[in-house]
Unconditional design. Structure first.
Length: 516
């Protein structure tokens, strides 16, 4: 394959760098230049000469494109960017965004994208082309840059124009000051209108796919870093459109871009749902669109960052009661799998633990999760601490199968015998009173676990050792011992045959027994 040739404007500029040494009569030559001849401009005069060409009325579109491309090629480092900004390139490029020629619009957006990476360039965006002469801007008017970018995104049918506009918006919102500008100038409204018009359908070309990626990156940054960044998103239906888009993405990814770009697009969409979920309005819109079910599908994605974004999005929607119900219905198994996996990052697993604690404020989730991870005592202790006893207590009941009851008894033994129980969730939901019971598992079990004495006595046959150890730990405290005596006296508890002596021995005060 033949090597690709350099852009004409860039090639001419390289030649011009050598003219000073090659031609001793350079000044005489440049004195006869025409308005469109910029190839011999170099040094400090280069950008002013290019800007002069961009501002010249009636300049041929081909010459404008060459000048814009030359600026883009030159601004590969900060020094040239600073020179271009000080030469008023932003104003000229902003004016050309509304040019009737489509290639000129494309390259004008590229210039703004390049120069917006410097704070000096971003500081000129609110001014835009306002300071250009009326003679030049009279036909289209003058004004700031961002509204023109938004207008171009919505009104121009050219896919490359949309792509370069989206790239410019992304470049602006890499930085916090740019994010705030996008909000203050009302550009978020334009981006939202475009996405609402195109989603949830998949992009039909590579350019539109990359445009979508850049716009999602823009909104993800704005909703995270800008004041009132979510204001113009709510009530538009955008979050429902994004949920619908995520539900349509094939398992193989978006068809017109590389797998890496497809993965990043999905991640940015999930990040946007996550950030908007920090606001109650955003959470409700996501839940209404069946967002938990769709987001849960990405917990098994092959990319770790996608899984992290999905868990974070679930974490915020679980703050709502309906979100907890949806997490219980759709996400419990996948979340448990992630926590048990050795291949996941610590951040992802800790976020899953936080999600479990938040969803466990719904009793149904707490009991279902305890049943699902009953064999993982370490996980129950990490998530709940001593309060895990209340979660596994129903599994000791006679309505459960024997295997479950025996395993629950073993878990109860672990906690009741623990001298230094894990902290677990330090936000106590449901509330615990007195709080000191967290450090005294037997007292906690007696106060919070209904029928635990009945169930442990009944398990003396099927799980003799764990049941005996649990009863010993419980009756080492006065209140449980007195309760057991009362139950035996009223025959509400009848020890199994062969275990009467053991149960009766529990009624003796441990201190008196040791003294005797």
């Amino acid at each position: 394959m033949a090597a690709a040739g350099a852009l004409p404007a860039y090639k001419r500029h390289i030649i011009s760098e050598f003219l000073k040494d090659r031609s001793p009569y350079l000044e005489d030559i440049t004195g006869h230049l025409k308005a469109a001849d910029v190839s011999t401009a170099f040094g400090d005069r280069l950008f002013p000469r290019l800007v002069e060409q961009l501002k010249s009325p009636g300049m041929a579109p081909e010459k404008l494109v060459e000048a814009l491309r030359t600026i883009c090629d030159l601004c590969s480092h900060q020094e040239n960017k600073c020179q271009a900004i000080s030469s008023d390139v932003i104003a000229a490029a902003t004016h050309l965004l509304m040019h009737e020629n489509v290639p000129v619009r494309r390259d004008a957006a590229r210039v703004i994208s390049s120069l917006s990476l410097l704070i000096g360039g971003r500081s000129q965006l609110p001014v835009g082309s306002s300071e250009l002469s009326t003679k030049l801007t009279g036909a289209v008017g003058a004004g700031p840059t961002l509204p023109r970018l938004a207008k171009l995104l919505l009104s121009c049918d050219d896919e490359l124009v949309k792509l370069h506009v989206a790239e410019a918006m992304h470049a602006i919102t890499i930085f916090r000051d740019g994010c705030q500008q996008v909000v203050d100038q009302g550009t978020v409204k334009g981006v939202t209108q475009y996405l609402c018009a195109t989603l949830p359908d998949l992009p039909s070309s590579s350019s539109l796919s990359l445009c979508l990626l850049n716009l999602l990156q823009t909104l993800a940054a704005v909703t995270m870093y800008a004041r009132d960044g979510m204001r113009d998103l709510f009530g538009t239906g955008l979050l429902a459109k994004i949920v619908g888009f995520l539900g349509r993405v094939p398992k193989t990814g978006l068809p017109h871009v590389t797998p890496e770009k497809s993965t990043d697009t999905i991640r940015q969409a999930l990040r946007l749902l996550w950030h908007c979920g920090n606001n109650p309005t955003g959470r409700l819109e996501t839940l209404k669109a069946d967002g938990v079910r769709v987001i849960t599908e990405y917990l098994s994605d092959g990319d770790a960052k996608v899984r992290e974004a999905a868990v974070c999005a679930l974490n915020v929607v679980s703050l709502e009661t309906q979100g907890k119900r949806d997490v219980l219905e759709h996400s419990l198994q996948e979340v448990s799998r992630i926590i048990h996996s050795d291949a996941e990052t610590t951040y992802l697993q800790e976020t899953c633990v936080q999600l479990c604690r938040c969803a466990s404020e719904l009793p149904a989730f707490r009991f279902a999760f305890a049943r699902h991870v009953l064999k993982s005592v370490w996980l129950l202790e990490k998530v709940y601490g001593t309060a895990a006893l209340a979660a596994i207590s129903p599994l000791l009941g006679t309505q459960e199968d024997l295997e479950t009851r025996v395993q629950a008894c073993a878990v109860a033994m672990h906690f009741l015998q623990s001298q230094t129980p894990g902290l677990g969730d330090d936000i106590r939901v449901p509330p615990l009173c007195p709080l000191s019971h967290i450090d005294e598992p037997p007292s906690f079990a007696f106060e919070e676990c209904v029928d635990i004495i009945h169930n442990l006595v009944d398990l003396l046959i099927a799980a003799e050792k764990p049941a005996q150890e649990c009863l010993k730990a419980l009756t080492s405290h006065t209140k449980p011992r007195e309760e057991l005596a009362k139950l035996l006296r009223t025959r509400l508890v009848i020890p199994p045959s062969g275990h009467e002596a053991f149960v009766n021995s529990l009624l003796q005060n441990p201190e008196e027994a040791s003294g005797a």
